[in-house]
Design a protein around this ligand. Structure first.
Ligand SMILES: [Mg+2]
Length: 238
């Protein structure tokens, strides 16, 4: 015998309650990862530079003694060249930033709804732009920082509270604050942005791989259109 309407209504109500409980415990999807620049994505900070960063050959008398690790972090679009200031301090991307941005790029390429953005109060926006145009995150030296941030469309650089930066990114993208992660090496910025409901990650040693892993534990990643069960970890191992 078929179920009565009353039984059907009871079953639907039960399913709805179960769904609500599951939804309450579900992690939000990570759709926008927002990074500070100075001492989160790179070092040194812009205010520590002596003059505009420019491309210099790695075999000159100042750079030829740099370690392989420094040269890797200082990779640029021009083979054999790094960006330095007048005192030959090389601009370097933190390893954790390169890993996080590379993973986001791979997910984007697979069709996952995720993006990366910048929220910065750096003193020298034009120098920061030079760094984003030339510093790269991959061994092929083809993926520039600026390309990771939608070619500059998702770069917010200005004075003021970082809450304003995140609010502008929210308006630009339509992505809810709960679906954003924010990384910054200053605790004041972390406190300020947390108040919006954004999940924040304090990076006092610059962006480390552990910071990125911690963030991934707090979110689910939206599936790629062709694979409804894709997670970031599965993507990494594939
Ligand atoms: Mg900073």
């Amino acid at each position: 015998m078929g179920k009565t309407n009353r039984q059907k209504r009871h079953k639907t109500s039960q399913q709805s309650e179960e769904r609500t409980e599951n939804d309450a415990s579900a992690k939000p999807p990570l759709r926008l990862a927002v990074f500070d620049l100075d001492y989160t994505i790179w070092q040194p900070e812009m205010y520590q530079l002596y003059g505009e960063p420019t491309l210099k050959p790695i075999d000159n008398k100042y750079n030829k003694r740099l370690s392989a690790q420094v040269l890797k972090e200082a990779r640029t679009t021009k083979a054999g060249y790094i960006l330095t200031d007048r005192r030959n301090s090389p601009m370097r991307v933190f390893g954790g930033a390169a890993v996080a941005l590379s993973e986001i790029e791979r997910l984007k390429a697979a069709g996952v709804d995720i993006q990366a953005a910048v929220a910065s109060k750096t003193d020298a926006p034009s120098w920061a732009r030079i760094c984003m145009d030339h510093l790269v995150i991959d061994n092929d030296c083809t993926t520039t920082l600026i390309s990771c941030f939608d070619n500059g469309h998702l770069v917010e650089i200005s004075y003021g509270s970082k809450r304003q930066h995140l609010t502008r990114l929210h308006k630009k993208t339509g992505i809810p604050f709960e679906q954003m992660a924010f990384f910054d090496n200053e605790s004041g910025n972390i406190r300020s942005v947390s108040a919006l409901g954004v999940k924040c990650f304090y990076t006092p040693r610059g962006m480390q791989i552990q910071d990125w892993n911690k963030a991934k534990e707090c979110f689910e990643l939206l599936p790629a259109p062709t694979n409804t069960t894709t997670t970031l970890d599965e993507k990494e191992s594939s």
